[in-house]
Design a protein around this ligand. Sequence first.
Ligand code: 9MR
Length: 368
Amino acid sequence: MRNLFYVLLASFFFLSCSAQSKNKGSQPLAGLKDVFSNDFLIGTALSAEQIRQTNPKESEFIRNQFNALTAENIMKSEIIHPEWGRYDFSLADQILELSKKDNQKLIGHTLIWHSQLPAYVRQLKNADSVKMFFEEHIHTVASRYDGKVLGWDVVNEALNEDGTMRKTIFLDKLGPDYVTEAFRLAQKATPNAELYYNDYNNEQPKKRAGCIEIIKKIQAAGVRIDGVGIQGHWHLGKVPFKDIEESIEAYAALGLKVMITELDIEVLPRNFSGADVNQRVASNPSLNPYANGIPDSILQKQAKDYEDLFRLFLKHKDKISRVTFWGVHDGQSWLNGWPVRGRTNYPLVFDRNLQPKPSYDAIIKLKK
Ligand code: 9MR
């Protein structure tokens, strides 16, 4: 009799738990954009496929979670300006339409970047031609989207790790004032867009000092700069919280909006930090330890890092206007292919099936 009682009790417990979990599963997932609506915009970066909206479930998910969009690649010069004097605005116009339809802010990424340049620019030998490309590109692209984008990453990644200017075709042919010139041209072409300088590792003291120098130079020339993007490509267990906080304060003290523009927390081994796309490491199975699934202990550590980061962002929400994740879900992340090709990485807060990870729960919890 007593046994029967325990069996009944256990069955009741089991049924009520499974009913609860079903119920939990059917609850719509809280949108990050709504949870942080009084704090900052929550953005994501979209691939070409996502801009084409080939997967309706994913499109709906993006609409529900994010209120700011950045094109991961298709507004870069290689794609938008593939030949001298010929532009291809098709996908850029599509992301604009998408952002209007779904009431999301659009961020232009990026006008001047040494990487993903069209081949004809990389081959230019004379300074006049580079200047002509530089001026025409900024004018044509920025003016087309004036009043339509919230802001532009006018210049991307112009600095070395030690804070000196990175050696690029622009520095080489136009000289160190090219950054100020880019902002001057952008200001003219798009008076209604915010203008940003964007970089990775610019929370680290030396690079931060270089970044502050660039900003002050732009300001001293009487040219407008509205914000600075700290990309935020960080690594599990090594997020530089102190540097990030000091940088948020230092950039805000210059009168700028601060944005976290490309957030991810990588979980796979790597022996350098940052996001220089030219740095590559040969493939090796020991560098791909979670190809068949990630241990919960790692996901919990990642959740702690995300929680501490968002706690910091909330503390400085008066200075931070946007936090953008570099991708919608783990399966899309660039970190599956860089710096080692063909790995299985887990850097975002949604998994490959668009399910929330412990990191999502941890940041949502901060607002409860
Ligand atoms: O995520 C982008 C990836 O799909 C491209 O292959 C790569 C090529 O340069 O650029 C990636 O995005 C970069 C961004 O535009 C600027 N900061 C570093 C990002 C990661 O490399």
